[in-house]
Design a protein around this ligand. Structure first.
Ligand code: PHB
Length: 398
């Protein structure tokens, strides 16, 4: 078989063509660093994978300033705050007034579509539906990987640097010897039931609701399509949930004396999102570097996943740029430590938002009351509001 394997030589080999891998590929190509992206899934599957939709201003800036395109500005929806709802009452947080920052609601699949189009326009080498089977020589100056494309043709890629951008079930991550790695993780005893519905917006801002029946998030996609979630059992079966049952459940989680009513409509997508907190340390091994979900996963409550992936991309891109400009690998060696500082801040924020807003399973009344005390503390103090607003809108890059 080896005789038939086609050798490809490139500078940076990127395993994974989701937003993180494509963003890195785009930035590298713009500075003249040759790279190849290999992605297991097909374009259509990634385009239809629904993920969180909040971009920090810095992520928006990366898309716009690197010349991906301006769709995020024309089709994205800038949000200057969120609404924290508990005890049936609304507590609006105004990010502009608190920390002079905003976020942009722009679905992650749109980010993927934009990046994939930009790579295609620039003649980037992105192979979809191609399975990586082996990583080789990670501890040398010429790491390699093997993949089989959709036609069954086998390739071996020789590069200077290999990047694992292959998501939360990362193949690359598992190739690092056990003696050189440590995993930190927690599981949560609940999940999110997510829906897409043809309905008008229920409220101008996103609503994060703590209720005795569990958490709910009222998010948006456009004037006519909305995204909503409610806390559920990780083993919940979507087929057990009729449209009426879903609307009743969502409504009772936002009920209150203000008589707030959700605007309902046809539900055309239902899914259960399991979540966990996970960090791999270090985020590198030899010449292999992990970015995005391949290196760390956050629960979706703080919408940090994609933002954190883009922050990794920025740090790694700067290190690679310096490596090719100077042949000095000091920044590459520092990648893991530098990226992990932000990763742990985001882990803390995502865990904190999750624990404050969800109803503890098993119904421990003390913990439920404690969370309400925390929400009261945060919303009644300007410092508390600023702490949440600063974390939500994103700490400065670098
Ligand atoms: C979403 O719109 O999908 C969304 C928004 C905010 C979150 C999580 C998900 O915190």
């Amino acid at each position: 078989m080896t005789a038939t394997r086609t050798i490809i030589k490139t500078q940076v080999g990127i395993v994974g063509g989701g937003p993180a891998g494509l963003m890195l590929s785009h930035l590298l190509a713009k500075t003249g660093i040759e790279n190849l992206v290999v992605e297991m899934r097909d374009h259509e599957t990634i385009r239809n994978t629904h993920r969180a939709g909040i971009l920090e201003a810095q992520a928006v800036k990366m898309l716009v300033e690197s010349g991906v395109n301006g769709r995020v500005l024309t089709h994205g929806d800038e949000h200057a705050g969120i609404d924290l709802r508990f005890n049936g009452e609304s507590h609006p947080l105004d990010f502009t007034e608190l920390v002079d920052a905003t976020v942009t609601l722009y679905a992650q699949n749109e980010v993927f579509v934009d990046l994939a189009a930009a790579r295609e326009l620039d003649g980037g080498d992105v192979r979809f539906s191609a399975e990586v089977t082996e990583l080789l020589d990670l501890e040398t100056d010429t790491p390699k990987f093997r993949f089989t494309d959709a036609e069954g043709t086998e390739f071996e890629v020789h590069c200077d640097v290999l990047v694992g951008a292959d998501g939360s079930r990362s193949f690359c991550r598992r190739q690092i010897p056990e003696t050189n790695r440590q995993d930190f993780k927690i599981e949560y005893p609940f999940a999110w039931f997510g829906i897409l519905t043809e309905a008008p917006k229920s409220s101008p801002e996103l609503i994060y609701a703590n209720s005795p029946h569990g958490f709910a998030l009222i998010s948006q996609r456009s004037e006519t399509v909305q995204r909503m979630y409610f806390q559920c059992d990780p083993n919940e079966n979507v087929d057990d949930w009729s449209q009426d049952r879903i609307w009743t459940e969502l409504q009772r989680r936002v009920d209150g004396p203000d008589n707030f009513q959700l605007k309902t409509g046809n539900i055309f997508d239902k899914s259960v999102l399991k979540f966990r907190s996970f960090v791999r340390e270090p985020l590198s091994h030899g010449r292999l570097f992990l970015i995005g979900d391949a290196g760390h996963t956050v629960p979706p409550t703080g919408a940090k996943g994609l933002n954190l992936a883009f922050a990794d991309v920025k740090v790694l891109f700067e290190a690679l740029d310096s490596f090719y400009a100077t042949k000095n690998d000091t920044l590459l060696h520092g990648y893991s430590d530098k990226a992990l500082k932000r990763v742990w801040k985001a882990q803390n924020f995502s865990y904190w938002m999750t624990s404050m807003l969800h109803t503890p399973v098993g119904g421990d009344p003390f913990m439920a009351k404690r969370a309400l005390g925390e929400l009261e503390t945060v919303t009644s103090s300007r410092f508390g509001q600023q702490y949440l607003a600063e974390s939500y809108t994103g700490w400065p890059h670098g």
